[in-house]
Design a protein around this ligand. Structure first.
Ligand code: CUA
Length: 369
């Protein structure tokens, strides 16, 4: 394994799979060059060799050559299969999320990245992580399509409205690396970037300790579940229980009313909060109201994290109890924002007439917080 980029023009190699991507890329370049040069050379050779020497001459007929045809079938077959196998290996390695790892929540919005550690620390357009540690990102967007891209790690993933996407990496070298949005998402797309700071474990621990943690996602979720949203009135155990039991549900197969099953993963929990009627657990009535428009993506992350924790799934340590002020802010914000705020067309388009000239001018009161 090697971590310094030996392919010119490419950024530093700073993750465990960077060298694999570069190797594959280098192989593609070699193959392209190895085919292009002989083809261009042959073109010029044949132009000269078979130039018209005599008007309307009839050339001799050729009746094929088994050797030649076999050769030009086998070589491209081998070449294309090695590209396919190499690509498949790299792809599955990158997009198969490991079971354990440090969990980070990412919320994209026009035009910034909001990140939160499972210990509660929040960051904007910056991500601090320890070196040689598997880091898992759980990502959503508040508005339009974005794409989380760290060139030095050779990895990226689209973040699609209404669903979770995951990304993982293991940084191999301490340093400061660019972070980009790699999907055109409106006027300030090009400015939607930041830095990833890869630190030695000791430095990272110091950094973590030096930042107010606030509520962890699990604590935020628990607070919403127990108090602010009142989920507990139906979902907690006891004689009052009218909603599905949530303890131990995460990762399990759930039977649905009307047949069919679903795995209770992040996406299922999110969907059950936003569209409760779409997937009713067998044996329960469709009485749950939708929480669409009442919870932000960060709050959804918290709820999902809390429900995961009920099944003993924690994304790293659940740290100290912090102040509730940040969540109180978020709750009051979400209460005042209209349900349609996440996808108002005025935010996605270029703006009309004069309004589009200043991207930072608040277009609607609800969209900026
Ligand atoms: Cu977000 Cu481009």
């Amino acid at each position: 394994m090697q971590y310094t980029s030996w392919v010119p023009l490419l950024p530093e190699q700073a993750s465990t799979f960077a060298w694999q991507v570069d190797l594959l890329y280098f192989y593609l370049i070699v193959v392209s060059v190895a085919f292009s040069i002989p083809i261009v050379a042959a073109i010029f050779f044949f132009i000269f060799k078979y130039r018209e020497r005599e008007k309307y001459a009839t050339p001799d007929e050729l009746h094929g050559s088994i050797v030649l045809e076999t050769t030009w079938s086998i070589i491209p077959f081998v070449v294309s299969m090695t590209i396919f196998l190499g690509g498949a290996y790299v792809y599955f390695n990158q997009y198969t999320t490991p079971k354990d790892g440090m969990e980070i929540y990412v919320v994209g919005k026009q035009w910034m990245w909001k990140l939160q550690h499972s210990t509660g620390q929040r960051e904007i357009n910056e991500l601090h992580i320890p070196v040689n540690t598997t880091v898992k990102l759980t990502m959503t967007t508040e508005d339009v399509l974005h794409d989380f891209f760290i060139p030095a790690f050779r990895t990226k993933a689209d973040i699609v409205p209404g669903r979770y996407t995951y990304l993982w990496f293991n940084a191999t070298k301490a340093g400061k690396y660019h972070l980009f949005c790699a999907e055109y998402c409106g006027l300030n797309h090009s400015g939607m970037g930041g830095w990833v700071y890869v630190m030695e474990q000791k430095d990272f621990d110091n950094w973590l300790a030096g930042n107010t943690s606030g509520q962890t996602p699990v604590e935020l979720g628990k607070d919403l579940f127990m108090n602010k949203l009142g989920c507990a009135s139906c979902h907690a155990g006891g004689p009052q229980q009218r909603g599905a039991k949530l303890e131990g549900i995460y990762g399990k197969e759930v039977k649905l009313t009307g047949g069919g099953t679903v795995i209770a993963d992040d996406q299922y929990i999110r969907n059950s909060i936003l569209n409760p009627a779409s997937q009713i657990v067998e044996g329960y009535q469709p009485i749950m109201p939708t929480f669409k428009g009442q919870v932000t993506d960060e709050q959804l992350n918290g709820l999902v994290a809390y429900i995961k924790s009920l099944s003993g799934v924690t994304g790293g340590s659940t740290g100290t109890t912090g102040t509730a002020s940040s969540s109180a802010n978020m709750a009051s914000n979400s209460a005042t924002s209209p349900p349609t705020n996440t996808m108002t067309p005025s935010r996605a388009d270029r703006g009309n007439s004069g309004a589009g000239s200043n991207p930072n001018a608040p277009k609607t009161s609800s969209s900026n917080r």
